[in-house]
Each structure stands twice: as structure tokens, then as C-alpha cells.
Design a protein around this ligand. Sequence first.
Ligand SMILES: [Zn+2]
Ligand SMILES: [Zn+2]
Length: 344
Amino acid sequence: VTDRVAAPRTTLTQPDGRHVHLYGAHRQAPEGYVAPLISEGIAQRRWHPLRQEWVLVSAARQTRTFLPDLAQCPLCPSLPGHSSEIPASAFELAVFDNRFPAMRDRGCCEVVVYTDQHEGTLGTLPPKRVSDLVDVWADRYRELSQRPDVRYVFIFENRGEAVGVTLPHPHGQIYAYPFIPPVVRRELDAGRRYAARGKGCLLCALVLAEVQAGQRLLISDGGIVAYVPAYARWPYEVHVAPEDHRSSLTDLSPSARAALAGILQRVSRAYDRLFDRPMPYMMAVHQRPTDGRRYPQAHLRVEFYPTLRDAGKLKYLAAGECGAGTFVAEGMPEERAASLRTLM
Ligand SMILES: [Zn+2]
Ligand SMILES: [Zn+2]
């Protein structure tokens, strides 16, 4: 629909060849800036013959000391005496190649920094910034999808120490996989089978059903809806998707992208209000693969997997989930939706 890139982009190349894309306004790095170097290490793909899926092996040998003070945040702007990952003393949004990539030869790993402010969340950022973020995602999807070694652009965010994040600085990541990951493959197969029965797009049908039922619907705004799916696996799991069939962020109009950004913020805020503490979550964006094949069944979707089921209780993935692939969801999705709706 549009090739608009919201913010002007400046691309810098670090001495080790890694790229830094600065979106929007920025100020130059201070004099004496020393770029961090990519970690030495091994990144391999190993095939799991039983599960029929890839395992990424990332064995970084973390030998280099690159920061004047390791306690200082690598995602904050660079200041005299503090050289961060971002060669700028002020910036809006920044994307850079991960220094500890899980993929090296084929595919790539990027870090998306939402702001140059150290504190904050998707929910507390200015609305314009989150709207720009969605445009940056679209830009990254578009650019990475053109690489012949990239078959799937996976945009995601892990937030909170409970999901292993040690940096509080607001950021997400992008894994540009040289294969279509198994969860996506399985969902696309389900969509293909559904369409083969002459029923059209599976997700279009699921979204319509949620809108019509209304019971688990949280928000409908600007053609984008958020709902707790009937089949939610995580406590307070929320899916966000366009009502009309759109297969990637680049297929959304600028106004639909802004609507999506607004809804992501509202979901994030509701999560933080739920237990009056920052909700740890994983956020995953599902889009059309980029391997050059046709995927008419692909329907853009953002999924949130919050990990708190109660104020002090974490949902752990245990034997049932990991060993058998079967979630036990404590609590009714309809009740979860009702609780979240009052906080939107
Ligand atoms: Zn920081
Ligand atoms: Zn659809």
C-alpha cells in the first residue's frame, strides 16, 4: 500500500562492519567515540531430527572489553567517556546489528532501541514514537525481506527480568531467519488447509468471530482489533490484528499503522496496571514469510504472552508445555478479557 518511511534514516557503518540505522533526528557521537566490536564466537544451526526444527547454537566468547564502564547502558546515547552501541549523543529510534548474534553466516539479528531515554516502556513512550516504531518495523521488514538469505523476518520484544532481559532500556529485537520457523510454518499450514476448503483466510474468520462474539474483544479502533483469543495459552494473552486481510506491516496504510501503535500502547498499559507492576511479557509479530513464495493465507498479527498469572505468580513453562507441547491455561479467557478491558 505504501512505501512511506516515517522518519528519515541515517545509516552508519561501525569499524567491524555492523550497521547502525538512526531513524529521525540525532546528534553526532562525542569526540573520542570508540565503537564496540562484534563478539568473537560461534553461531551454528543444528537440526533437531526428532522435532524437525532448527536449533540456533550461539557460543560467544566474550573476551573483549569495549566500554569504558561496563555498568553503563549500551543502549543509551554515547557521551564523553561512554561509548555505547549507538554512535550518537542523542537519537530518536535506532536499529543496530547485534554484537552477540545468534546467526552469523546466513540471517541476522538486530536490536531496535525505542528511545534514547533509559527508562520507559511501550506504554509510556509518546504516541508519536510508538507510531514511528511501527513504521521502523515496516522499514526493517521491507529491507530485510529483500535479502536472499532471509526467509522470515521475526520482530519481537522480550520485556522484564522474568523473561531474561537484563537491560531495562526500552528495546526490542529482530531475527531475520534463513528459514521459516516451525510455529509460523505450522500456522501457515493450518491457514492453507482452511483456504483449500474454500473458506478464505483462517485469521480473517477468527478475527470476525471475536468481533461478533464480543466477549473477549478488548479494542476495535481504526480497523485494528485486540482480543484475548478463546484458545489463549498464556495468562492474559492478547492478539492484535487488522480486521481486513493484511499480510505484513508494509501492507498497512499509515493510518492503520498508527492505529496499531495506539493499540499496542493500550495493551501494554493495561498489563502494567493489572498487578500495579511492570508486566513481564513476550511480544511476537507474525507476518508473511519473505522467501519469495506466495502466502495468501498469511495475516499480520501481534501476539503478547504475559508471564504473570497473578501479582506474584509467574507462569513457568513446565513439562506439559515443553515436553508435550500442551499448555494448561489457568483461568478463563473470558474472565481475563473482562479484567483487561476495564484497564484499557
Ligand atoms: Zn540505557
Ligand atoms: Zn486474513
